[in-house]
Design a protein around this ligand. Structure first.
Ligand SMILES: Cc1cc2nc3c(=O)[nH]c(=O)nc-3n(C[C@H](O)[C@H](O)[C@H](O)COP(=O)(O)OP(=O)(O)OC[C@H]3O[C@@H](n4cnc5c(N)ncnc54)[C@H](O)[C@@H]3O)c2cc1C
Length: 371
């Protein structure tokens, strides 16, 4: 497994449950705070497959009953999960969530190599030999792992697919400007989403009395907003209609707040699987965070990929091409939905952010195919 984020660990657990031996190389050490904290409704069924729904429920993650949206007009709309048969969404402590996956993988006999990067792969008959190295060189040094299958779970960099010279179709490039801060007062359990002329915001309460506030915008606007510290970001937040008031009431503590910049390439691999390898999670396709379902889909990919690999290891001939077709179809569906969401917002037709994302424009002219 190249990468031990959510997609890699979930794939490893599914494979271990199917009786396969698995090694996961993960470049980072202990899981740290990462982007993405909302789990879409339906995730409990996916965690149940991993034997983790009960552990998850008792781990202090916060259930989220729906979304309050200010988008397309000044009115506040609500999207409630109260009647959703899949249950609520969740706002999670991301590090704790990944630690839970890691612990379950280890419990099932998966060899997890933290702080270890896959640096080379070479074909050797029916096996692939991967060279892995700790970033600092020590204490692991370099060792090789021989495997019948390799899964690329390395996130949007898609390390293995690139190595296989597979291109990536990039539909859009966005930047997320993220603040994680402590809150002293009360804040809704809903996710708040709001559009502005330069992009859109969301805010969500996460465990340990923290609040994540994110602005998604174009790279050029992002650079301007953070060019003098984060003053521009704070100013833009102050100009919002829904978030500014709610955040003021919540008593956000600026002291100790963490600020991060994340790049988002709404993109997919042109080929998601090949001879004894396949890609899962963001390596296969990275979504616009407006969908809030990258983690949900990564868990789904994990189950599907593990079933195919396990079948192959048993000597069967799994329908690998169908896996790729499914990922591509899901991505196309995401683009259609995304166009619909952006199309609803017509208050600022001349603003570059919305003009560049007018219906169908991005899909008709993909930003780039990169290798
Ligand atoms: C701003 C933002 C907000 C988001 N919000 C949400 C949300 O609310 N809900 C949601 O569901 N999704 C959200 N997402 C998306 C979500 O975070 C991703 O879909 C999810 O992290 C995908 O998991 P992954 O395991 O595929 O990739 P990653 O989390 O990127 O993990 C890949 C791992 O591979 C490792 N790696 C890379 N190369 C190598 C190598 N050569 N050797 C070893 N290890 C390697 C990396 O260290 C990394 O840990 C958001 C994304 C962004 C950017």
């Amino acid at each position: 497994m190249v990468g031990g984020g959510i997609a890699g660990l979930a794939s490893a657990i599914e494979l271990a449950l199917a009786g396969a031996g698995v090694v996961v190389a993960e470049a980072t050490g202990a899981p740290t705070e990462r982007f993405g904290e909302t789990l879409a409704p339906g995730v409990l069924a996916r965690l149940d497959r991993l034997g983790l729904s009960e552990v998850f429920r008792s781990a202090g993650h916060l259930s989220c009953p729906g979304t309050a949206v200010c988008w397309g007009s000044d009115r506040i709309g609500h999207n409630d999960f109260v009647l959703d048969p899949h249950g609520p969404a969740w706002h999670i402590d991301r590090s704790r969530f990944e630690l839970m996956l890691r612990a379950r993988a280890v419990q099932l006999g998966v060899e997890v190599l933290p702080a270890t990067r896959v640096v080379d792969v070479e074909e050797s008959g029916t096996r692939t030999v991967a060279a892995v190295r700790s970033p600092s060189g020590a204490p692991v040094g370099t060792r090789t792992v021989s495997a019948r299958w390799l899964i690329d779970a390395s996130g949007p960099t898609a390390w293995l697919a690139r190595r296989r010279d597979v291109g990536r179709v990039v539909i859009d490039r966005l930047v997320a400007l993220v603040r994680i801060a402590a809150v002293a007062g009360s804040f809704t359990a809903q996710t708040l989403v709001e559009s502005t002329p330069e992009g859109w915001w969301y805010a969500a309460r996460i465990p340990a009395d923290r609040l994540v506030t994110v602005f998604v915008t174009e790279p050029r606007s992002a650079r301007a907003l953070i060019s003098e510290g984060w003053a521009g970001w704070h100013w833009a937040l102050g100009a919002t209609r829904l978030l500014a008031d709610r955040l003021a009431d919540a008593g956000v503590t600026a002291e100790g707040a963490a600020f991060r910049v994340g790049s988002i390439g709404v993109s997919r691999l042109s080929r998601v699987a090949g001879e004894r390898w396949l890609a899962v999670g963001d390596a296969a396709a990275q979504l616009d965070p407006i969908a809030g379902r990258g983690i949900h889909d990564a868990l789904g990919d994990a189950g599907h990929a593990a079933r195919l690999v396990a079948e192959s290891l048993r000597g069967g001939r799994p329908a690998i091409a169908e896996f790729g077709d499914r990922v591509h179809a899901r991505f196309a569906e995401h683009l259609t939905q995304r166009e619909g969401w952006y199309d609803v917002e017509r208050q600022w037709p001349a603003a570059p952010f919305w003009r560049h994302r007018a219906a169908g424009l991005l899909r008709a002219r993909p930003a780039a195919t990169v290798r």
